[in-house]
Design a protein around this ligand. Structure first.
Ligand code: NCD
Length: 337
């Protein structure tokens, strides 16, 4: 695909080559994300970061990625603080904000809303999550992380075994990640969820049609064995009609040190898009795994900056200007990476 000026709405836009192009550019962003160098490739450019649903990582890492490329970030983070609360349509909001920005990231609770917004926008729009539908940049950073983690065990994405656990019905991260993995060969998916929260049938169908193996189960311990990666998710409370309904499922599937040791391979990578629900009744990913070398959750969040920098530099066509405009960071940067 031609990234220049493109909207990024769904992982279904990508061919395998496109994904690998993003990963190759992401690799080159390390010195900037690690604060060894800074660059002015996007000096003067403005990101409209519009989040109409709660977000920490996605919003801040998109913003940081843009800042690290030298650009400015202008945020709208609350429907109540925007004219949408006065009845303004997505069309009008898109026409207006795209006059003020060079690229827009948008998160919105309705399925299809970001695609609708993009149609009216005069600048490229990246989907930061449209309700329970898709979260393409998260899928890219997840797959980028999987690739790196597996490489350190001399394993490849092709032929890998992955377990996805939790609310697979409403979880947009697993919807996007599984469809992105579909571009690779011979993936073995074990989908572990309560019967009522299974992965949507159309996605399971696509995975099967593309020649992958899919097992669906509600028995976590038997599903965990023999996987290269276990990807846990939160019960998406905000998608249920009431908190009481979400309570039925909360805490049903948990991973902790004992369960991991009993069921997983010694090098199984542990992933979660975060936030993990750490309340006692949920605790889907226990703190007793925090020091585990295979816990990749904070490598995922760090990789998010690299992947989002890559997306911006491809969409705004500055990938070759990043190094040209780079200087050494002049401030204390510590050793956080
Ligand atoms: C996820 C999301 O918003 O879909 N978080 C994220 O973007 N990293 C997952 C979640 O909220 O459970």
């Amino acid at each position: 695909m031609d990234f220049r000026g493109a909207h990024i709405i769904s992982v279904n836009q990508f061919a395998r080559d496109d994904v690998e192009r993003v990963f190759a550019v992401a690799d080159t962003m390390e010195p900037y994300a690690h604060r060894e160098h800074f660059t002015k490739a996007l000096e003067g450019a403005i990101l409209g970061n519009m989040f109409f649903e709660p977000s920490t990582r996605t919003r801040v890492s998109f913003g940081c990625a843009f800042n690290l490329l030298g650009g400015h970030v202008r945020e709208t983070t609350d429907v109540k603080a925007s004219s949408i609360s006065k009845g303004e349509s997505l069309y009008d909001t898109a026409r207006v904000i795209s006059g003020y920005s060079d690229v827009i990231v948008m998160r919105h609770p309705q399925v299809g809303s970001v695609a609708e917004f993009a149609k009216a926008s005069r600048v490229p729009v990246i989907n930061g999550g449209d309700g329970p539908n898709e979260h393409p940049s998260q899928a890219l950073l997840d797959l980028y992380t999987i690739k790196k983690e597996l490489a350190s065990n001399d394993t490849k994405i092709d032929g890998m075994n992955i377990a996805m656990v939790g609310d697979l019905k409403h979880g947009r991260t697993v919807h996007s990640l599984s469809q992105l993995l579909q571009l690779y060969n011979d993936i073995h998916f074990t989908l572990i969820s309560p019967k009522e929260l299974k992965m949507p049938k159309d996605i399971v169908g696509k995975l099967g049609d593309a020649g992958h193996t899919v097992i669906e189960t509600d028995d976590m311990e038997s599903g965990l064995g023999d996987n290269n990666t276990v990807y846990l998710t939160r019960i998406q409370e905000e998608r249920f009609t009431s908190k009481l309904e979400a309570d039925i499922y909360r805490g049903r599937f948990r991973l902790n040190q004992a369960i991991y040791t009993r069921n997983c391979q010694p090098n199984t990578v542990i992933m979660h898009p975060l936030p993990r629900d750490s309340r006692k009744d949920a605790n889907e990913l226990d703190n007793d795994l925090n020091q585990h070398p295979n816990l990749a959750i904070f490598r995922q969040t760090d990789n998010g900056v690299l992947v989002r920098m890559a997306l911006f530099s491809l969409i705004l066509d500055v990938a070759d200007k990043v190094e040209q405009t780079a200087s050494k960071a002049g401030w204390y940067t510590g050793s956080r990476f």
